[in-house]
Design a protein around this ligand. Structure first.
Ligand code: CU
Ligand code: CU
Length: 337
């Protein structure tokens, strides 16, 4: 059996190699359907099935797992609260080993915070006291390392939490911005790649303008243990937002908290079709870039803001097209106000 590489997954002529995962066959079927749907492009036999499948991946045609509201808790952050220094914001995170279906028929033996990859969105306002109770119900030692400013004994590096143990992190939330958290046990690349990471919003004293707020954590999964990712997603499942497009309204302010926790690949990226957004790296400072594409290395994150000029269906995806075709693609469904 030839080694199953991600490039082989994309190759229409490698059904044998694709078979162990099952999913590629499903992608292939979508691709065939696309070939029939779009007459006039020439013979389907000579076309790239991956490219044809890409065009067909919307609604029920998208190979995504689950129901329409499954990822709501990861997409929609908790509401921002007004600045009130000293208020305590409490969260409980439990590390659990969970087998997650990340694409149809593809199960990933994940290490999770609270049963999902990524873990829950943690949100505080600057100068809140953040108190995170962490219990390790998994089989390996873990921690939570928060990005931000805090004492080093709250940094999730030196206090390793063994299976069955717990630890409470407590520190004032700062600086304002958009951050991430993740396990910092060694080997680090394994603990991150297995799924122990999430989004961490610290709202500024002067609140951001009201907006429809969304969180997107970009990641990858190495399903065959060769140190290369076989699938890419936002918020944990391949093509989920292609199957269930994110509904927004034309003209309203849409704010996306975008972070990259992809292991193994040097960068990931976000590209929006048919409109431009402004982008604030790390959610800090005065500098906003006006663009339709941003890239992030692992741990980088930023805040995107867009008001769609038109109604309709707007694709977004990694601008590494390989990642796109392995699951990192979705749509905004922009409706008239
Ligand atoms: Cu860990
Ligand atoms: Cu980090």
């Amino acid at each position: 059996m030839p080694k199953l590489t991600r490039r082989r997954l994309l190759c229409a002529t490698a059904p044998l190699a694709a078979a162990p995962l099952g999913v590629t066959l499903a992608f292939g079927r979508e691709a065939e359907a696309a070939g029939h749907d779009h007459a006039g492009h020439g013979g389907t036999a000579t076309r790239s099935t991956a490219a044809a499948g890409h065009a067909a991946m919307i609604g029920d045609g998208a190979p995504a797992v689950g129901g329409p509201n499954d990822l709501d808790a990861l997409l929609h952050p908790p509401p921002a609260l007004p600045h009130r220094p000293g208020r305590v914001r409490e969260y409980t995170l439990v590390a659990r080993d969970e087998e997650l279906e990340i694409a149809p028929g593809v199960f990933f033996p994940a290490w999770t915070y609270n049963g999902t990859v990524p873990g829950p969105v943690i949100r505080a306002t600057e100068d809140d006291v953040l108190r995170v109770r962490f219990a390790n119900a998994g089989a390996h030692p873990h921690t939570i390392h928060f990005h931000g400013i805090h004492p080093t004994n709250m940094d999730g590096v030196f206090e390793i939490v063994g299976p069955g143990e717990d630890f409470t992190y407590e520190f004032p939330a700062r600086p304002a911005g958009f951050h991430v958290y993740h396990c910092h046990s060694t080997p680090l690349k394994k603990h991150i790649h297995k799924g122990l990471y999430g989004a961490f919003i610290i709202d500024p004293k002067v609140p951001r303008a009201p907006a429809r707020e969304l969180v997107m954590v970009m990641n990858g999964y190495d399903t065959d243990g060769d140190g290369e990712n076989n699938f890419y997603t936002v918020n944990g499942r391949t093509f989920y937002y292609a199957r269930y497009p994110i509904r927004v309204r034309r003209g309203e302010l849409v704010r996306v908290y975008l972070a990259n926790l992809t292991e193994f690949d040097l960068i990931n990226s976000f590209h929006l079709h048919a409109d431009f957004f402004r982008y604030q790296p790390t959610g800090t400072g005065e500098h906003w870039e006006y663009t339709d594409t941003v890239m992030q290395c692992q741990g980088q994150r930023g805040v995107l803001e867009v008001r769609f000029a038109h109604a309709g269906t707007f694709m977004f995806h990694a601008h590494q097209s390989e990642f796109t075709e392995l699951g990192w693609m979705g749509y905004f469904q922009v409706e008239e106000p």
